[in-house]
Design a protein around this ligand. Structure first.
Ligand code: BGC
Ligand code: BGC
Length: 854
């Protein structure tokens, strides 16, 4: 990966200069904008010039639903204390705005860029300071906020490719496309380990393997900052993805051992790219809301990881300490806890009962005046915010060139198409059903069309965060896209299309009727009598049937599900297909879903099954080319496919045993599963340095393995090296990924593939149940296995040593122990935590204080 080094270097120097001088760098301004250029400010003196109110306002981010500063009809929430979007600047002087949910006030690129420029000019003319605002959006898989944009495959598909340089190329385009629309900030990458398919955000995870999640997160965080005008956001720090019951923002409990071995490394690795911002986990962990955790946000993130960027809350999460977690009795307490814990900016959503910007600013001011939040803590937060703005070049050039968006939007087609193809995972292919010859008459069926005749399958192809929070609307607008029906029709003898019903259930549907909960299927699916008779008449005429299966678009808590079954109408459709086709006509499933769906019984009715995930803009071409063999599938599952929800989570890195009873809880398709139209065979394997003296001095070895394409078709293959057997002082995972490499081989071709094996992936936290000690690679023998059950080799580690984490967990007595949120009370009073554990007295004080306020 040639650009790794170069980029690391560039990135580092940009930020390092910033740190060294305390003054923003003139990161070579990008192109000409339309605003007035000002000189870079001296951040320290700027902080000194601001009043306390102005500082609190810089710490405020507010969601906007209009780009008009003074629209005729205001859409600012009543409770927010101002009348127009313009007054956020003229009256309050807020530091940042956002369009959450991938939903800007307009989906038209030009309208957005003009609106943002106009608003920035309004801000600079009318605010009582000369500080540009930061505009943040969720560009999570491409700039999925604009009609005609290229959306890349969802994160789950990215993980299936194992292709770091391709993912990096994609995120460079996202960076460009997002900066061109006038945004300065994308709330990406999501680096939460993907573990529980009941969770409505499973599709946002790269992998259940910590190394893969970490590698991809690192390159994404870096590439998203490729445009100097865009900053990334590593989120959601930390442990957002492991709520015990699988529901979004529900409590998570885990051990320090699991945290330090599996959950934290992806965030930490992503932080190596020095992203400008970090977003906090909206949930609670081991009994503490992350937003109140001084340990997470300061002791770990700042003091241990050395992170110097800015920390933003998630959506309304200070308020959620009251409404969700029932932890803080009132907004004052929540605000005090969050800011003292380390939150620098508060993301304020769309109103309702939640406190708005005026209340937040007033609350911060009075907490500082009362001495509950040290002034130094406020100055630190504001300095970070202003440094970020300066680093992005906003003072020098507050607005952007309005013509650029048009040239960028919809670009990177080749990257998106390659990524979609590389992410196709062929789960099953009995008797070489696939590829099709291309001469067949095909019946294509499965969801979706809605009752208005809209093509709702397009929504299944893109998933959430695509021109809308829960995904695009059925009637559009849509990103640039090609769709399966047309692409397949162009590649086969003839095609009959019988789309079945899929109504996109919006999250607000059902209000007053059990709440805003989506169905477990994430959509309303149906198979009408009319559709049935069309399938029954087309079935006998067809050489082959392609049945689309899957789930509807969803996001966050509205995507949570208690079951992973396919909707029963999809099962009814499949039964009808089986009944109405000749035994010689194969049935092929194509699954469009952001999670593992369906049961072994259903899969047994299929001759072949292609898991397409949510492949984005170029999903149509990718699926069609794969079905006819113009592309030879090479993707591998980045997660384990559970048989049913009762066995989740069933990540392959789990400890043994899964069960000692009669239940077989193994996955139906393991992490790493994925078939090809050709065969790859492994020959001999060797480790270039089979004995490592001290892993602290040597953290990598190379495994070389011969791979031959023994089939008749060219193809790509991902060689993965796992540790499969080892003994240590604590349980070892069943398997864990140490390295991987994607290779391309012609028919009959043999090559030797060198896979870099990363010994940090072997680190464990030794010691008894607490898991507090340094993380180490323990001395011993490690069995290395190539692929699922390929050849093995032995790696011997002679000395136990730490590579990443040589110190005991921070926060122990004489570390920097703290009481959550209020941990600063009774310490040195400047927001820096002192080095001691809370005493019984501290705890009593804390309880009194919390109760006293309720
Ligand atoms: C999500 C974040 C997102 C934010 C803004 C929150 O609900 O948890 O991931 O960045 O909204 O849309
Ligand atoms: C916003 C999303 C946000 C969600 C949080 C929605 O109204 O559009 O950005 O993620 O609320 O609950």
């Amino acid at each position: 990966m040639a650009h790794d080094t170069t980029d690391d270097g560039m990135q580092a120097s940009r930020r390092t200069f910033l740190k060294a001088t305390g003054v923003a760098t003139a990161a070579a301004a990008t192109g000409a904008g339309v605003g007035t250029a000002a000189a870079q400010p001296d951040v320290d003196s700027l902080v000194g010039d601001l009043t306390l109110e102005q500082k609190a306002a810089q710490m405020t981010q507010v969601a906007i639903s209009s780009f008009e500063a003074e629209p005729e009809e205001s859409n600012v929430p009543d409770s927010f204390g101002v009348d127009t979007v313009g007054e956020y600047f003229s009256e309050l002087g807020v530091g940042s705005i956002l369009s959450g949910g991938a939903e800007p006030p307009s989906f038209d690129g030009e309208t957005v860029v003009q609106g943002i420029n106009a608003l920035q000019e309004y801000n600079l003319e009318n605010a009582d300071h000369d500080i540009p605002f930061l505009y943040g959006v969720d560009a999570t898989h491409g700039n999925g906020l604009l009609a005609g944009a290229t959306v890349f495959p969802q994160r789950l598909n990215m993980g299936a490719t194992r292709d770091l340089s391709l993912i990096e190329a994609a995120e460079r385009h996202t960076s460009d496309a997002t900066a061109s629309m006038g945004a300065h900030w994308t709330f990406a990458p999501t680096t939460d380990l993907q573990r529980d398919p009941r969770w409505g955000r499973f599709f946002e995870g790269i992998s259940e393997d910590p190394k893969l999640e970490a590698d991809v997160s690192r390159v994404r965080a870096r590439a998203l900052e490729d445009d100097d005008r865009l900053t990334a956001c590593v989120k959601h720090f930390a442990a957002y993805s492991i709520p015990n019951n699988g529901n979004d923002r529900a409590p998570a409990s885990t051990s320090l051992r699991d945290l330090r071995t599996n959950i934290l490394p992806p965030y930490r690795e992503a932080l190596k790219s020095e992203p400008g911002t970090v977003m906090v986990n909206s949930g609670s962990i081991n009994g503490v809301p992350a937003h109140a955790s001084h340990w997470l946000l300061t002791t770990l993130l700042r003091d241990t990881y050395g992170y110097e960027g800015m920390v933003i809350s998630d959506w309304d999460d200070l308020n959620r300490m009251i409404t969700n977690h029932d932890y803080a009795p009132d907004f004052e307490t929540a605000t005090e806890m969050a800011i003292n814990a380390g939150v620098d900016m508060y993301m304020i959503g769309n109103g309702g009962d939640a406190p708005g910007p005026v209340q937040f600013i007033d609350t911060v001011v009075s907490l500082v005046e009362d001495g509950a939040i040290p002034m130094e803590r406020i100055d630190e937060a504001v300095r970070r915010i202003l440094e970020l703005k300066a680093d992005l070049g906003l003072f020098e050039q507050p607005t952007v060139d309005e013509s650029r968006i048009e040239t960028v939007l919809g670009g990177a087609q080749e990257t998106a198409e390659t990524m979609a193809k590389e992410s196709m995972v062929l789960l099953k292919n009995t008797d070489d059903t696939l590829p099709l010859s291309g001469d067949e008459s095909v019946l294509l069926t499965g969801p979706g069309v809605d009752s208005n005749g809209n093509n709702t399958r397009a929504l299944m192809q893109h998933g959430g965060w695509t021109l809308g929070w829960q995904g695009a609307s059925a009637g559009g607008p849509f990103p640039r896209q090609n769709l399966l029906e047309a692409e397949l029709r162009a590649r086969v003898g003839s095609l009959t299309h019988v789309p079945t019903s899929y109504e996109n259930t919006t999250w607000w549907a059902g209000e007053g009727d059990g709440g805003n909960q989506q169905s477990d299927e994430n959509g309303n699916f149906d198979f009408t009598a009319e559709q049935r008779s069309r399938v029954e008449s087309a079935g006998p005429e067809s050489d082959v049937v392609v049945v689309v299966l899957g789930e509807g678009t969803h996001n966050e808590g509205f995507g949570d599900r208690d079951e992973l079954v396919l909707d029963e109408s999809q099962q009814a459709l499949l039964d009808t297909v089986v009944e109405s086709t000749d035994d010689s006509a194969p049935i092929i499933g194509v699954m469009l879903a952001g999670s593992p769906r369906g049961s072994p019984e259903t899969f047994s009715q299929l001759d072949a099954l292609l898991f397409a995930g949510q492949p984005g803009s170029d999903g149509g071409v990718a699926i069609a080319e794969t079905l006819v063999g113009e592309y030879n599938p090479s993707g591998k599952l980045p997660f384990s496919w559970p048989e049913n929800v009762g066995t989740t989570p069933v990540q392959y890195t789990r400890y043994d045993p899964t069960s000692t009873g009669g239940t077989d809880n193994t996955a139906i398709y393991e992490y790493g599963h994925g078939l090809s139209y050709t065969d790859f065979e492994y020959g001999s394997v060797s480790v270039t340095q089979p004995t490592v003296g001290n892993p602290a001095n040597q953290s990598e070895v190379t495994v070389s393995v011969e791979v031959t394409n023994t089939g008749r078709m060219a193809g790509e293959h991902i060689v993965e090296v796992f540790n499969t057997q080892s003994y240590g002082s604590v349980l070892q995972p069943r398997r864990r990924l140490l390295g991987y490499e994607r290779v391309s081989l012609g028919p009959g071709e043999l090559t030797t593939v060198d896979v870099t094996v990363d010994l940090t992936a072997l680190e464990v936290v030794p010691g008894d149940v607490l898991g507090l000690g340094p993380k180490v690679v323990e001395a011993g023998e490690y069995e290395l296995t190539v692929g699922q059950d390929g050849p093995t080799a032995t790696l011997t580690v002679q000395n136990t040593a730490s590579i990443t984490d040589p110190d005991p967990v921070p926060g122990l007595p004489d570390g920097s122990g703290s009481t959550p949120g209020r941990g600063n009370n009774g310490n040195n009073g400047n927001g820096n935590n002192t080095s001691r554990d809370p005493t019984m007295e501290d705890v009593v004080d804390l309880l009194d204080e919390v109760r006293g306020r309720s």
